[in-house]
Design a protein around this ligand. Structure first.
Ligand code: GLC
Ligand code: CA
Length: 559
């Protein structure tokens, strides 16, 4: 099987199924809901869908806790619905990338149910069990913390041992050092590929290999133990094995969620000759406005640009990057990277799209981003649904009331719930998402921000996305061109060039909600110059010194 590396030319749309579209009025998005919106996706021009997990799950972490890898979550439909959905996608030239969540399972997975029964159960070694420390073994085996807060270990009465969970206690970590576990993963990957899926987004894949002996982590604010399981000792061997045994036999793609990945590590994961993953999601740019990856920090454009440029220069010819501002774990990009956009929501959203999608890598757009959905003005802590928020509240316990306004303020900016409010399809009841009671708060701005409105407005964000996606398709400058940044220290303008075989792409983005003077770079000369994308009506035919309008963005092809 020849691997065509089609992902280098694909624009990928992420669906968070619970919040996409509800077909049967129970308030929860589902697969038949996706089927009903396939023409919408086709018209947008995307090439593939990354579908967040739709497997059987008790939904402690909205499907990222899987109890049966080979079947569909009851609320989402059946395997037959899934097959119809894939067929409908393929008919429209859209590929499907499934979420592969194999660092952990649900504690309700049959393997774990067996594993916890006794120390000599055949499934015992599928998970990571250890004796506790202290007199009666009542202290956790080491000091690692869960990514959701608290210890990464839970004590289990039946056998008097602890099991490891880097996420919630309902998400026990699989033991990848056990060859049987790796075989199970290979089998289930093959199962979905044979059913017609075209690739995988590999959930927290950089955590699967833990250091032998599980030593204590060094002291850290927040997350402890990282250095012993992020890019752990056998990670490259395990990924190479999965690739050689299964993935390399299909024309599929993989993208690894790679929190904490450095350039050099990314080159190892995605270097073509290494046969591990095809691409990764790095996290540097989405932590540039945080302290300790949690608390909000003032956004700075030079800091963001430095990260983009580092990755554009650094991964070139060594690997393949992904381009994203949003996903189901991130707050919305509008406001976050643009400051207060006031009356310029549309210009700001279009500018953000230009700023990232003219770079090299595989682009992702998260549902709702294409219509400029925003963070949700949550009124109180009970409105948040995320297990992560429940953990925070647990930790705060009875002191919560003392700092409640501060917590609410931080969560409004940072909570993952911001991305998970239902998709806004129309200005009708429940934003057209459901005829029932939505599982989660709908952003009250749906009356103005919705798909129906965007389809009617020729100047909408959605229409701009369609143009941009069409422009990007089969565009060799964007796909292969070298990258050069201009004015790296400028606090308001992001300006970069891509060139390929005598042609150049010239990108100008004003990140400020204000007029900003722009000077042409001195070394820029050209005979002809074509304005390809502009968020202010295509009225600046040539690159010239000028005053950029608030959030103005321009893309030229020059020769
Ligand atoms: C990934 C997912 C996130 C989930 C976590 C645990 O980070 O994107 O939503 O909570 O893994 O599976
Ligand atoms: Ca439903």
């Amino acid at each position: 099987m020849e691997r065509t590396r089609w992902y280098k030319d694909a624009f990928i749309y992420q669906i968070y199924p619970r919040s996409f579209y509800d077909s049967n009025g129970d308030g929860i998005g589902d697969l038949r809901g996706i089927i009903g919106k396939l023409d919408y996706l086709k018209d947008l021009g995307i090439d593939a869908v990354w579908l967040s997990p739709c497997y059987k799950s008790p939904n402690d972490d909205n499907g990222y806790d899987i109890s049966d890898y080979r079947d569909i979550m009851d609320e989402f439909g059946t395997l037959e619905d899934w097959k119809e959905m894939v067929a409908g996608m393929h008919e429209r030239g859209i590929r499907l990338i499934m979420d592969l969540v194999v660092n952990h399972t649900s504690d309700e997975h049959r393997w774990f149910q067996e594993s916890r029964k006794s120390k000599d159960n055949p499934y015992r070694n599928y998970y990571i069990w250890r004796k506790g420390k202290g007199k009666n073994g009542k202290k956790p085996p080491n000091n690692w913390t869960s990514r959701f807060g608290g210890p990464a270990w839970t004590y289990d009465d039946t056998t008097g041992e602890w099991y490891l969970h880097l996420f919630s206690r309902k998400q026990p970590d699989l033991n990848w050092d056990n060859p049987e576990v790796r075989k199970e993963v290979q089998d289930l990957v093959r199962y979905w590929l044979d059913l017609g899926c075209d690739g995988f987004r590999c959930d927290v894949i950089t955590y699967i290999s833990k250091r032998e002996g599980l030593p204590d982590g060094k002291f850290a604010i927040g997350l402890v133990g990282d250095e012993h399981f992020t890019h752990g000792p056998n990670i490259h061997a395990y990924l190479n094995e999965l690739n050689q045994k299964v993935l390399s036999h299909y024309d599929c793609m993989t993208v690894g969620e790679a929190a904490g990945v450095t350039l050099d590590e990314a080159a190892l994961y995605t270097g073509e000759s290494r046969n591990e993953l095809d691409t990764v999601f790095m996290f540097e740019h989405v932590t540039c406005d945080t302290y300790f990856q949690i608390l909000p920090r003032k956004f700075s454009l030079p800091r963001l640009k430095k990260i983009f440029s580092k990755w554009q220069y650094g991964l070139r010819d060594r690997g393949w990057n992904s381009l994203y501002y949003e996903n189901h774990d991130q707050p919305r990009s509008l406001g976050r990277f643009t400051g207060d956009f006031g009356t310029h929501r549309k210009e700001a959203a279009k500018m953000l799209a230009v700023s990232i999608y003219m770079q090299q890598g595989t682009p992702y757009v998260f549902q709702g981003q294409e219509i400029g959905m925003t963070n949700c003005p949550f009124d109180n802590l009970d409105e948040f649904q995320d297990v992560l928020v429940k953990y925070v509240r647990d930790v705060l316990g009875r002191f919560e009331f003392l700092i409640r306004p501060i917590v609410l303020n931080v969560l409004r900016k940072r909570a993952r719930d911001n991305a998970r409010t239902p998709m806004q399809w129309s200005s009708g009841p429940q934003a057209g998402f459901t005829t029932g009671k939505p599982w989660m708060k709908i952003n009250p701005n749906y009356k103005d921000i919705n798909v129906e409105e965007a389809l009617e407005d020729p100047d909408s964000i959605l229409r701009f996305y369609q143009k941009l996606i069409a422009f990007r398709k089969n565009n060799d400058i964007i796909k292969y061109g070298t990258y050069k940044e201009n004015y790296p220290d400028d606090k308001q303008i992001y300006c970069y060039e891509r060139w390929w075989h005598g042609e150049k792409l010239f990108v100008i983005c004003n990140f400020a909600n204000a007029e900003v003077p722009f000077r042409m770079p001195k070394d820029l000369s050209f005979e002809c110059c074509d304005l390809k994308l502009h968020n202010y009506g295509y009225d600046r035919p040539k690159i010239a010194d000028c005053i950029l309008r608030p959030y103005e963005a321009l893309v030229y092809v020059i020769k």
